[in-house]
Design a binder for this molecule. Structure first.
Ligand SMILES: CSC[C@@H](O)[C@@H](O)C(=O)COP(=O)(O)O
Length: 358
């Protein structure tokens, strides 16, 4: 189907009650095709996360929360033992879909906690099921608010910048709507700023070219697509005032994992005296780990590099290393823009302070 996409497309939508289904805009087909997939079993939700049909840290968490509701549909209200066994099975299963974005585990833990609290309060399985759907909807709704707040804080922080560079996609598609890094640009635009954004295409899966370039064009923000390897050149040409990207997991010391290629941007930014920012919700912080060394980095199939989008571009049998994320050390990050404000300087103490703030 030819794209008739508009910026208002809802990338994640739950339809119906506790026996309902999850609709996901298939991001692997963008920007050419608009196809919504219908998830009526947890296996389809798992596959959608694994294959990046739904992707971006907050979006993965939201989809997984709805996935729990769907996974529990295979057991009835009358068999409590089967329900609790199934809850563990479903959350463990969804947790195995992708390892790096901590929002996935955060959302699953939140769903489990609600279920356990209600069980301890003597609620019935039917009531718990309803509450779980409400919790998934709350995670979804809160993310909308969170993204708007990130946009406001980021726009205040970067009000004097007009020329940006971003990597991967941290936009409306990667969240409930509006995004994190892109929320900063959208808010600046709403504030009347004329801005320009260089968009890294983001090898190997081209989230920048396919998704970010599309989102920025939809909103009529001036954007220029570049290959990842061109970032140093545009920085050297003096055409970048600030870099803003999202994150998939942030350690207690501020080290931040994001799409592969982000770390090299931060190094380049330092070499050119350009401030490098991360924009991410508090749910992306993993306070259980001290540093980025402990962040699990997803390795993906070699075919993503040797057969990008179906065409063979490397000799058969070549050895491939395909880490999907890298870690940017805190000292290279000027600030982390959250819904609660901007963490700057990025130190363990400042992260702890923002995490504790309401
Ligand atoms: C607001 S989304 C932030 C990150 O999740 C995003 O920058 C990113 O790296 C996504 O990677 P992906 O592999 O496309 O899920």
């Amino acid at each position: 189907m030819q794209s008739e996409l508009t910026a208002d497309v809802e990338p994640i939508r739950f339809v119906g009650q506790t026996d309902g289904t999850l609709e996901l805009l298939d991001q692997t087909l963008l920007p050419v095709e608009l196809t919504v997939i219908n998830c009526s079993d947890v296996e389809t939700v798992w596959e959608a996360i694994k294959k990046l049909r739904v992707r971006g840290a907050p979006a993965i968490g939201i989809a997984a929360a709805y996935g729990v509701v769907i996974g529990l549909q295979t057991v009835g209200d009358e068999d409590a033992a089967a329900f609790w066994k199934r809850l563990d099975e479903v959350t463990d299963y969804l947790a195995g879909s992708r390892p790096t974005a901590v929002n996935l585990f955060w959302a699953l833990d939140r769903m489990k906690r609600v279920a356990h609290e209600l069980r301890d309060a003597g609620k019935s399985i039917a009531e718990i099921r309803v509450a779980l759907l409400e919790e998934a909807k709350a995670i979804h709704a809160e993310d909308r608010e969170t993204c708007r707040a990130i946009g406001r804080h980021g726009a205040a922080e970067l009000k004097d910048a007009a020329n940006f560079l971003t990597h991967c996609n941290a936009g409306g598609l990667a969240t409930a709507e509006y995004g994190t890094a892109l929320a900063v640009f959208f808010t600046l635009q709403d504030d009347g700023k004329d801005l320009h954004v260089f968009v890294d295409e983001t090898r190997p899966l081209l989230q920048g070219a396919r998704l970010t370039a599309w989102e920025l064009s939809q909103r009529k923000i001036r954007a220029t697509l570049i290959c990842d390897s061109m970032a140093a050149q545009v920085m050297r040409e003096g055409r970048v005032d600030a870099i803003v990207t999202g994150a998939d997991r942030i350690a207690a010391n501020g080290d931040s994992a994001n799409k592969i290629g982000t770390y090299s941007l931060a190094v380049l930014a330092k070499a050119h005296g350009i401030p490098f920012y991360i924009a991410a919700p508090i749910s992306t912080f993993d306070m259980a780990i001290d540093s980025g060394d402990e962040i699990p980095i997803e390795e993906r199939a070699s075919e993503e590099i040797t057969h990008g989008f179906g065409k063979q571009t490397a000799p058969a049998g070549i050895s491939v290393y395909n880490p999907a994320f890298d870690v940017t050390p805190a000292e290279l990050i000027q600030g982390i823009i959250t819904e609660r404000g901007v963490i700057s300087p990025v130190t363990k103490e400042m992260v702890a302070q923002m995490f504790a703030a309401e």
